[in-house]
Design a protein around this ligand. Structure first.
Ligand SMILES: Cc1ncc(COP(=O)(O)O)c(C=O)c1O
Length: 340
Protein backbone atom coordinates (compact mmCIF):
# COMPACT_ATOMS: atom_id res chain seq x y z
CA UNK A 1 0.00 0.00 0.00
CA UNK A 2 1.30 3.46 -0.86
CA UNK A 3 0.79 5.89 2.00
CA UNK A 4 0.76 9.53 1.00
CA UNK A 5 3.11 11.70 3.02
CA UNK A 6 1.19 13.75 5.57
CA UNK A 7 2.40 17.20 6.50
CA UNK A 8 2.19 16.80 10.25
CA UNK A 9 2.68 19.96 12.29
CA UNK A 10 1.56 18.56 15.66
CA UNK A 11 5.06 18.16 17.07
CA UNK A 12 8.68 17.53 16.16
CA UNK A 13 8.27 14.17 17.92
CA UNK A 14 6.37 12.67 14.98
CA UNK A 15 9.45 12.23 12.76
CA UNK A 16 10.45 8.80 11.48
CA UNK A 17 14.06 7.60 11.49
CA UNK A 18 15.88 7.90 8.17
CA UNK A 19 17.42 4.88 6.39
CA UNK A 20 20.91 6.09 7.36
CA UNK A 21 19.87 6.38 11.00
CA UNK A 22 18.46 2.85 10.97
CA UNK A 23 21.66 1.56 9.34
CA UNK A 24 23.57 2.78 12.40
CA UNK A 25 21.75 0.12 14.44
CA UNK A 26 23.37 -2.61 12.30
CA UNK A 27 26.82 -1.37 13.24
CA UNK A 28 26.11 -0.80 16.94
CA UNK A 29 28.08 -2.69 19.60
CA UNK A 30 25.30 -4.11 21.74
CA UNK A 31 25.32 -5.63 25.21
CA UNK A 32 23.28 -5.62 28.41
CA UNK A 33 23.25 -2.01 29.56
CA UNK A 34 21.99 -2.94 33.03
CA UNK A 35 25.43 -4.62 33.35
CA UNK A 36 26.96 -1.50 31.75
CA UNK A 37 27.98 -3.60 28.74
CA UNK A 38 26.26 -1.87 25.83
CA UNK A 39 28.99 -0.15 23.83
CA UNK A 40 26.60 2.06 21.87
CA UNK A 41 25.01 3.44 25.06
CA UNK A 42 28.39 4.08 26.69
CA UNK A 43 29.59 5.86 23.54
CA UNK A 44 26.46 8.04 23.43
CA UNK A 45 26.70 8.90 27.13
CA UNK A 46 30.40 9.81 26.92
CA UNK A 47 29.87 11.84 23.75
CA UNK A 48 26.94 13.78 25.24
CA UNK A 49 28.68 14.49 28.55
CA UNK A 50 31.64 15.93 26.63
CA UNK A 51 29.43 17.94 24.24
CA UNK A 52 27.52 19.50 27.14
CA UNK A 53 30.59 20.01 29.30
CA UNK A 54 29.56 17.83 32.26
CA UNK A 55 31.29 14.91 33.99
CA UNK A 56 28.79 12.20 33.13
CA UNK A 57 25.58 11.37 31.27
CA UNK A 58 22.84 8.77 31.58
CA UNK A 59 20.54 7.53 28.83
CA UNK A 60 16.75 7.55 29.41
CA UNK A 61 13.74 6.37 27.43
CA UNK A 62 12.04 9.77 27.74
CA UNK A 63 12.48 13.38 28.74
CA UNK A 64 9.84 12.92 31.42
CA UNK A 65 11.82 10.16 33.11
CA UNK A 66 15.05 12.13 32.77
CA UNK A 67 13.52 15.27 34.37
CA UNK A 68 11.85 13.22 37.12
CA UNK A 69 15.09 11.42 37.91
CA UNK A 70 16.95 14.74 38.01
CA UNK A 71 14.48 16.16 40.54
CA UNK A 72 14.66 13.02 42.68
CA UNK A 73 18.46 13.07 42.49
CA UNK A 74 18.55 16.58 43.91
CA UNK A 75 15.66 16.37 46.43
CA UNK A 76 14.56 14.19 49.34
CA UNK A 77 10.96 13.52 50.42
CA UNK A 78 9.53 16.71 51.94
CA UNK A 79 11.81 18.99 49.93
CA UNK A 80 10.43 21.47 47.46
CA UNK A 81 11.27 22.38 43.87
CA UNK A 82 10.54 25.75 42.26
CA UNK A 83 9.34 25.37 38.66
CA UNK A 84 8.00 27.87 36.10
CA UNK A 85 4.21 27.60 36.16
CA UNK A 86 3.89 26.85 32.43
CA UNK A 87 6.98 24.68 32.14
CA UNK A 88 6.68 21.08 30.99
CA UNK A 89 7.96 19.70 34.31
CA UNK A 90 5.13 21.49 36.12
CA UNK A 91 2.24 20.92 33.71
CA UNK A 92 2.80 17.83 31.59
CA UNK A 93 4.74 15.35 33.71
CA UNK A 94 1.84 14.14 35.85
CA UNK A 95 3.43 15.55 39.02
CA UNK A 96 5.67 12.52 39.15
CA UNK A 97 8.10 14.24 41.52
CA UNK A 98 5.30 14.67 44.10
CA UNK A 99 3.57 11.36 43.49
CA UNK A 100 6.64 9.15 43.39
CA UNK A 101 9.20 11.18 45.29
CA UNK A 102 7.23 13.12 47.90
CA UNK A 103 8.74 16.33 46.53
CA UNK A 104 6.52 19.43 46.72
CA UNK A 105 6.20 21.55 43.60
CA UNK A 106 6.04 25.33 43.94
CA UNK A 107 5.05 26.91 40.60
CA UNK A 108 6.48 30.36 39.78
CA UNK A 109 4.78 32.76 37.34
CA UNK A 110 6.44 33.05 33.95
CA UNK A 111 5.88 35.44 31.05
CA UNK A 112 4.29 34.31 27.76
CA UNK A 113 7.75 33.85 26.35
CA UNK A 114 8.83 31.75 29.33
CA UNK A 115 10.99 34.06 31.38
CA UNK A 116 10.94 33.95 35.15
CA UNK A 117 11.38 37.06 37.26
CA UNK A 118 14.28 36.66 39.65
CA UNK A 119 12.42 38.39 42.54
CA UNK A 120 9.41 36.08 42.08
CA UNK A 121 11.76 33.12 42.33
CA UNK A 122 13.64 34.44 45.38
CA UNK A 123 10.32 35.22 47.13
CA UNK A 124 9.43 31.54 47.04
CA UNK A 125 12.62 30.25 48.67
CA UNK A 126 11.39 29.31 52.12
CA UNK A 127 13.06 30.35 55.35
CA UNK A 128 14.58 27.67 57.55
CA UNK A 129 11.41 27.26 59.61
CA UNK A 130 9.66 24.00 60.54
CA UNK A 131 6.43 25.37 59.07
CA UNK A 132 7.90 25.21 55.58
CA UNK A 133 9.23 22.65 53.18
CA UNK A 134 12.94 22.86 52.42
CA UNK A 135 13.46 24.56 49.06
CA UNK A 136 16.15 22.51 47.32
CA UNK A 137 15.91 22.97 43.57
CA UNK A 138 15.03 25.39 40.80
CA UNK A 139 13.88 23.96 37.45
CA UNK A 140 14.17 26.07 34.30
CA UNK A 141 13.36 25.34 30.65
CA UNK A 142 15.06 26.32 27.38
CA UNK A 143 13.61 26.57 24.79
CA UNK A 144 10.12 27.31 26.05
CA UNK A 145 7.35 27.23 23.41
CA UNK A 146 10.03 27.65 20.77
CA UNK A 147 11.43 30.77 22.49
CA UNK A 148 15.12 30.84 23.33
CA UNK A 149 15.54 32.15 26.87
CA UNK A 150 18.10 34.97 27.18
CA UNK A 151 21.19 33.22 28.54
CA UNK A 152 22.10 36.13 30.82
CA UNK A 153 18.69 35.81 32.54
CA UNK A 154 19.07 32.05 33.01
CA UNK A 155 22.59 32.52 34.33
CA UNK A 156 21.39 35.19 36.79
CA UNK A 157 18.55 32.97 38.00
CA UNK A 158 20.96 30.09 38.52
CA UNK A 159 23.43 32.32 40.33
CA UNK A 160 20.73 33.64 42.66
CA UNK A 161 19.47 30.10 43.33
CA UNK A 162 22.99 28.84 44.02
CA UNK A 163 23.66 31.63 46.49
CA UNK A 164 20.61 30.36 48.39
CA UNK A 165 22.01 26.80 48.41
CA UNK A 166 19.61 25.53 45.74
CA UNK A 167 20.62 23.22 42.91
CA UNK A 168 19.45 24.14 39.41
CA UNK A 169 18.13 21.75 36.76
CA UNK A 170 17.47 22.70 33.14
CA UNK A 171 14.86 20.95 31.02
CA UNK A 172 16.65 21.33 27.71
CA UNK A 173 14.36 19.11 25.64
CA UNK A 174 14.99 21.48 22.71
CA UNK A 175 18.31 22.97 23.82
CA UNK A 176 19.88 22.20 20.42
CA UNK A 177 17.38 24.61 18.85
CA UNK A 178 18.59 27.26 21.31
CA UNK A 179 22.17 26.47 20.29
CA UNK A 180 21.39 26.95 16.59
CA UNK A 181 19.40 30.14 17.11
CA UNK A 182 21.75 31.83 19.61
CA UNK A 183 25.09 30.66 18.24
CA UNK A 184 26.13 29.82 21.82
CA UNK A 185 27.93 26.52 22.31
CA UNK A 186 26.18 23.71 24.17
CA UNK A 187 28.69 24.20 26.98
CA UNK A 188 27.79 27.88 27.29
CA UNK A 189 24.11 26.94 27.39
CA UNK A 190 24.61 24.38 30.17
CA UNK A 191 27.40 25.90 32.27
CA UNK A 192 25.21 27.44 34.98
CA UNK A 193 23.21 24.31 35.70
CA UNK A 194 23.87 21.36 37.99
CA UNK A 195 21.96 19.02 35.69
CA UNK A 196 20.51 19.24 32.21
CA UNK A 197 18.09 16.96 30.38
CA UNK A 198 18.15 16.88 26.57
CA UNK A 199 15.90 15.00 24.15
CA UNK A 200 17.02 13.17 21.03
CA UNK A 201 13.49 12.37 19.92
CA UNK A 202 12.39 15.93 19.14
CA UNK A 203 14.03 18.10 16.46
CA UNK A 204 17.02 15.75 16.25
CA UNK A 205 14.77 13.07 14.79
CA UNK A 206 15.72 10.02 16.85
CA UNK A 207 12.82 7.64 17.55
CA UNK A 208 13.44 7.41 21.32
CA UNK A 209 15.73 8.77 23.96
CA UNK A 210 16.87 11.51 26.31
CA UNK A 211 19.99 12.07 28.35
CA UNK A 212 20.63 13.57 31.74
CA UNK A 213 24.04 15.21 32.20
CA UNK A 214 25.52 16.28 35.53
CA UNK A 215 28.49 15.67 37.82
CA UNK A 216 29.38 12.06 38.69
CA UNK A 217 27.73 11.92 42.16
CA UNK A 218 24.42 13.20 40.71
CA UNK A 219 24.55 10.71 37.84
CA UNK A 220 25.35 7.89 40.29
CA UNK A 221 22.20 8.74 42.27
CA UNK A 222 20.26 9.06 39.02
CA UNK A 223 21.45 5.60 37.96
CA UNK A 224 19.90 3.97 41.02
CA UNK A 225 16.70 6.03 40.65
CA UNK A 226 16.42 5.13 36.96
CA UNK A 227 16.57 1.45 37.95
CA UNK A 228 13.86 2.07 40.57
CA UNK A 229 11.66 3.74 37.95
CA UNK A 230 12.02 0.77 35.62
CA UNK A 231 14.25 2.63 33.20
CA UNK A 232 17.15 0.14 33.22
CA UNK A 233 17.16 -1.24 29.68
CA UNK A 234 19.07 -4.13 28.16
CA UNK A 235 20.42 -4.07 24.56
CA UNK A 236 19.35 -0.46 24.33
CA UNK A 237 22.18 0.41 21.96
CA UNK A 238 19.52 -0.36 19.33
CA UNK A 239 18.05 3.06 20.06
CA UNK A 240 21.15 4.75 21.45
CA UNK A 241 22.83 4.25 18.06
CA UNK A 242 20.00 6.24 16.44
CA UNK A 243 20.64 8.95 19.02
CA UNK A 244 24.35 8.95 18.17
CA UNK A 245 23.47 9.36 14.50
CA UNK A 246 21.17 12.26 15.43
CA UNK A 247 23.90 14.07 17.38
CA UNK A 248 26.45 13.59 14.61
CA UNK A 249 24.20 14.52 11.71
CA UNK A 250 21.08 16.40 12.70
CA UNK A 251 22.11 19.35 14.84
CA UNK A 252 23.13 21.84 12.14
CA UNK A 253 20.10 20.98 9.99
CA UNK A 254 17.81 22.42 12.70
CA UNK A 255 18.47 25.72 10.92
CA UNK A 256 16.30 24.40 8.06
CA UNK A 257 13.39 23.95 10.51
CA UNK A 258 13.94 27.45 11.89
CA UNK A 259 13.95 28.92 8.36
CA UNK A 260 10.80 26.97 7.49
CA UNK A 261 9.07 28.23 10.64
CA UNK A 262 9.95 31.84 9.72
CA UNK A 263 8.62 31.30 6.20
CA UNK A 264 5.41 29.76 7.56
CA UNK A 265 4.93 32.57 10.10
CA UNK A 266 5.37 35.30 7.52
CA UNK A 267 3.09 33.52 5.01
CA UNK A 268 0.30 33.04 7.56
CA UNK A 269 0.72 36.58 8.92
CA UNK A 270 -0.36 37.89 5.52
CA UNK A 271 -3.82 36.33 6.02
CA UNK A 272 -6.10 38.94 7.56
CA UNK A 273 -8.19 36.53 9.63
CA UNK A 274 -5.17 35.01 11.40
CA UNK A 275 -2.82 36.42 13.97
CA UNK A 276 0.62 35.09 14.74
CA UNK A 277 2.03 35.19 18.26
CA UNK A 278 5.46 36.74 18.82
CA UNK A 279 6.84 39.18 16.30
CA UNK A 280 9.34 36.67 14.96
CA UNK A 281 9.55 32.91 15.09
CA UNK A 282 12.93 32.03 16.65
CA UNK A 283 13.18 28.27 16.36
CA UNK A 284 10.87 25.61 14.93
CA UNK A 285 7.46 26.65 16.32
CA UNK A 286 4.78 29.00 15.03
CA UNK A 287 1.73 29.92 17.12
CA UNK A 288 -1.32 30.95 15.14
CA UNK A 289 -4.62 32.27 16.50
CA UNK A 290 -7.64 31.53 14.35
CA UNK A 291 -11.13 32.95 15.00
CA UNK A 292 -13.52 30.46 16.66
CA UNK A 293 -15.90 30.57 13.70
CA UNK A 294 -13.25 29.18 11.34
CA UNK A 295 -11.46 26.70 13.55
CA UNK A 296 -13.30 23.46 12.82
CA UNK A 297 -13.79 24.25 9.13
CA UNK A 298 -10.15 25.15 8.63
CA UNK A 299 -8.85 22.07 10.44
CA UNK A 300 -11.10 19.88 8.28
CA UNK A 301 -10.04 21.69 5.09
CA UNK A 302 -6.36 21.25 5.99
CA UNK A 303 -6.87 17.59 6.85
CA UNK A 304 -8.45 16.94 3.45
CA UNK A 305 -5.19 18.27 1.94
CA UNK A 306 -3.23 15.95 4.24
CA UNK A 307 -2.06 18.72 6.55
CA UNK A 308 -2.40 17.91 10.26
CA UNK A 309 -2.48 20.53 13.00
CA UNK A 310 -3.21 19.73 16.65
CA UNK A 311 -5.83 22.43 17.18
CA UNK A 312 -6.12 26.01 16.12
CA UNK A 313 -7.28 27.56 19.36
CA UNK A 314 -3.71 28.60 20.02
CA UNK A 315 -2.46 26.57 17.13
CA UNK A 316 1.09 25.37 17.55
CA UNK A 317 2.64 24.45 14.22
CA UNK A 318 5.98 22.69 14.63
CA UNK A 319 8.49 22.36 11.81
CA UNK A 320 10.78 19.33 11.70
CA UNK A 321 12.83 17.13 9.41
CA UNK A 322 9.72 15.56 7.90
CA UNK A 323 8.64 18.93 6.49
CA UNK A 324 10.38 20.60 3.55
CA UNK A 325 10.26 24.16 2.21
CA UNK A 326 7.96 23.09 -0.64
CA UNK A 327 5.53 21.70 1.96
CA UNK A 328 5.51 25.06 3.74
CA UNK A 329 4.70 26.87 0.49
CA UNK A 330 1.88 24.39 -0.18
CA UNK A 331 0.54 24.87 3.36
CA UNK A 332 0.54 28.67 3.07
CA UNK A 333 -1.34 28.40 -0.26
CA UNK A 334 -3.83 26.00 1.32
CA UNK A 335 -4.52 28.38 4.22
CA UNK A 336 -5.00 31.18 1.67
CA UNK A 337 -7.35 29.02 -0.42
CA UNK A 338 -9.51 28.41 2.64
CA UNK A 339 -9.90 32.11 3.40
CA UNK A 340 -10.43 33.11 -0.26
C1 LIG B 1 9.86 21.02 27.02
C2 LIG B 1 9.67 19.55 27.16
N1 LIG B 1 10.25 18.91 28.19
C3 LIG B 1 10.12 17.59 28.38
C4 LIG B 1 9.38 16.83 27.52
C5 LIG B 1 9.19 15.36 27.82
O1 LIG B 1 9.72 14.53 26.86
P1 LIG B 1 9.11 13.06 26.62
O2 LIG B 1 7.91 13.23 25.77
O3 LIG B 1 10.23 12.35 25.94
O4 LIG B 1 8.78 12.49 27.94
C6 LIG B 1 8.76 17.43 26.42
C7 LIG B 1 7.95 16.63 25.49
O5 LIG B 1 7.31 17.10 24.59
C8 LIG B 1 8.90 18.84 26.24
O6 LIG B 1 8.32 19.47 25.23
Amino acid sequence: MHLKKLIDFRSDTVTLPSKEMLQNIQNATLGDDVYGEDGAVSELQDYTAKLLGKEAALFFPSGTQSNLTAILSHCQRGDEVLIGKSYHTNVYEARGASVLGGVGICPIETSDSGSMNIEDMLDQIKDDDPHYAVTKLLCLENTFSGRVQPQSELDELAKAAHSNNLKVHLDGARLFNAHIHSGLTMKQLTKSFDSVSICLSKGLGSPVGSLLVADKPTINRAHRLRKMLGGGMRQVGVIASCGMYALENNIQRLQVDHDNAKLLASGLASIEELSIEFSESQTNMVFVNCPDSHRVGLEKFLFEKEIIVSNLERGRLVCHLGIEEKDILFVIDTFKDYFK
